[in-house]
Write a protein that binds this ligand. Structure first.
Ligand SMILES: [Mg+2]
Length: 289
């Protein structure tokens, strides 16, 4: 396999099995590459506290941290390290007024789904620039935060049973319509269980960090690869959260999916399967490549 200079990867379900699983194996596989100066970029929907217990910097030396970047919070925050401390170098944080508009839109979605279809939902308001709406409140993922094999089918069945014929398209269209109602241009994504409604997504993270790597190191997109476990198409034309790493700017990179979920993936994605183990094996191989 070719030697990459920039490796972008999802965290939950790609580098670690679950948020609460120890990060040691991922860290061990990352260290050697960072020492070689390979740029590693964690791209995750979660926030800094949820990566390795919020103590990721404790696992690495300052020298290693100099080559590590994080794009977190679904496009909200982009981090690099300065003298071993995480520093946000670019963000997409709305004003409080705009954040409340996003909350209004999320509640509007909840209200319309319950009023017109009897579909109960639950909203997480605590995210910095989006809301997370649980469309399947009865299906608990427990500690496994990544998409489960049968969730798509369960969601489609549930939507149909509630009289929603347009599936996920109808959910994302509802989100965009509700955003317009409250004066916000919203981006909506759906990974089956969760409809996420906000002003940025993983595409903002990879574009910002790729721009930084180009500017600082002259990195070319052909020298980069992108790994995730949620590329699979949920419906015609709607793909999972990691597919947002594919942008006009990053399309020339190599994309790999470690999930074994069956279904359509966006065109450039190579399905490998093998889960976390497959990705960590790749990191070890890259050290010797
Ligand atoms: Mg994942």
């Amino acid at each position: 396999m070719k030697k990459y200079k920039g490796i972008f990867f999802d965290w939950d379900g790609t580098a670690v099995l679950s948020r609460k699983a120890p990060a040691d194996e991922a860290v061990a596989a990352m260290k050697g590459l960072l020492l070689q100066g390979v740029k590693l970029v964690i791209v995750s929907g979660t926030t800094y506290e949820n990566i390795a217990g919020g103590k990721l910097e404790d696992y690495f030396t300052n020298e290693e941290l100099g080559h590590l970047y994080l794009g977190l919070g679904r496009g909200a925050y982009n981090y690099q390290y300065e003298e071993g401390r995480p520093v946000v170098f670019e963000d997409r944080i709305p004003s409080r007024e705009d954040l409340l508009r996003i909350h209004d839109a999320a509640y509007g979605i909840h209200r319309e789904l319950l009023r017109d279809y009897g579909l109960p939902t639950e909203i997480v308001f605590l995210r910095p620039n989006y809301c997370k709406i649980d469309l399947m409140v009865e299906n608990d993922r427990k500690d496994q935060l990544f998409m489960q094999e049968n969730e798509l089918d369960l969601l489609k069945k549930s939507l149909t049973a509630h009289g929603i014929q347009g599936g996920l398209h109808e959910m994302t269209a509802l989100a965009v319509r509700m955003g317009e109602k409250y004066g916000m241009q919203l981006k909506a994504t759906c990974d089956a269980k969760y409809l996420e409604v906000g002003i940025s997504d993983k595409s903002d993270n990879v574009d910002v960090i790729m721009g930084e790597l180009e500017r600082k190191f002259g990195m070319q997109i052909g020298e980069c690869c992108f790994w995730g476990d949620e590329f699979v198409g949920l419906e015609d034309g709607i793909y999972g959260s990691d597919s947002f790493m594919i942008t006009d700017r990053t399309r020339g990179g190599d994309f790999f999916d470690v999930s074994s979920v069956s279904g359509a993936r966006p065109e450039p994605v190579v399905p490998l399967g093998g889960g976390v183990e497959r990705f960590l094996k790749f990191l070890w191989e890259q050290q010797k490549a």
